[in-house]
Design a protein around this ligand. Structure first.
Ligand SMILES: NC(=O)c1ccc[n+]([C@@H]2O[C@H](COP(=O)([O-])OP(=O)(O)OC[C@H]3O[C@@H](n4cnc5c(N)ncnc54)[C@H](O)[C@@H]3O)[C@@H](O)[C@H]2O)c1
Length: 283
């Protein structure tokens, strides 16, 4: 298996545009696609803005930012990913949506292309089963915000080939990230541990144990967390948190993962966190 030089990213939202940016800064040619044209435009705009900030902070040279920008191309559909070495899928956290994308990617991508998912909780083995190339399917779970966070949880599906793992691990290091290997289980390690904490913080708010600011302050000042769990939920997206908790609850079958009714109500109301301007805090 050769080195990875060209990448397709599916979904230009919170995670997709960050993944595309980091790949382009590392010298890879990137095609970013989204089904919603406005979402693609927004994602490309956010890359521009984020690179501008990095230049202003003197983290990268203006010429490198410009070169990175020119390496990202927007595309309308999956059929534009026929020749890339790797596709990283970063669409909504729903098994049926992701499975359909993996089925379509399998049909359009050339035979050796690795298909990775940035899923937070969904089984890589199940996504692989939607394709005819399960050995080439793997989880690459980036953290938010992608340009700043160093961890990538790399998830082996039951049938992931060692060569696929090795290629993705090498790419992760080239992106300046630190890979940590985990096995395929709902929520992997990151969200198996993080989401119950966030959910419990929402229960504290729901039951009136403390105000949102107080709950966040307790965890920041008392436990040395850089941000409180409710502010973190707002950053992740409350819809994404709810989808992950539903996967944990359904797949592990333990009532301890039941999403707090307040979280469900917030999502029903369209309070999705930072991306909608309001979550547990107002932005
Ligand atoms: N938000 C986080 O903090 C975070 C962290 C790690 C992993 N993740 C995971 O990353 C994935 C994406 O999350 P996000 O927060 O970026 O979501 P998001 O809602 O910000 O973006 C998702 C994007 O996917 C697009 N999309 C939906 N269906 C599509 C399709 N069929 N083809 C192409 N594009 C499509 C949407 O238009 C949207 O722009 C999820 O699996 C999530 O669990 C999220």
């Amino acid at each position: 298996m050769g080195t990875i030089e060209t990448v397709g990213v599916v979904g230009a939202g919170t995670m997709g545009h960050g993944i595309a940016q980091v790949a382009a800064v590392s010298g890879l040619e990137v095609t970013l696609v989204d089904v919603v044209p406005e979402a693609l435009e927004r994602g490309l705009g956010q890359i521009e803005k984020s690179l501008g900030k990095l230049v202003a902070k003197e983290k990268i040279a203006a010429s490198d930012a410009e070169a990175a920008r020119s390496r990202v191309t927007g595309g309308a559909g999956l059929d534009e990913l026929g020749t890339v070495d790797l596709v990283i899928e970063a669409v909504v956290e729903r098994l049926e949506v992701k499975s359909e994308i993996f089925r379509q990617l399998d049909a359009v991508a050339r035979p050796g292309t690795i298909l990775a998912s940035n899923t937070s909780s969904i089984s890589i083995t199940k996504l692989a089963a939607a394709t005819s190339r399960p050995g080439l399917v793997i989880g690459m779970h980036f953290m938010n915000p992608v340009p700043l966070m160093v961890l990538v949880e790399i998830i082996r599906g039951l049938q992931t080939d060692q060569a696929t793992y090795d290629a993705v691990e090498a790419l992760t290091r080239r992106l300046g990230k630190t890979p940590v290997e985990v096995h395929d289980a709902p929520g992997f390690v990151s969200n198996r541990v993080l989401m119950p904490m966030i959910n419990e913080a929402v229960f504290c708010l729901h039951e009136g144990v403390g105000e949102a600011g107080a709950i966040d302050d307790v965890m920041k000042l008392g436990m040395n967390h850089p941000m409180g769990p409710l502010a973190l939920a707002d950053l992740i997206g409350l819809d994404v948190c709810l989808d992950i908790l539903r996967v944990l609850h359904r797949e592990l079958g333990d009532p301890k993962y039941r999403p707090c009714p307040l979280l469900v109500k917030m999502v029903d109301a369209g309070y999705l966190g930072r991306k909608s301007g309001r979550g547990f805090h107002v932005y």
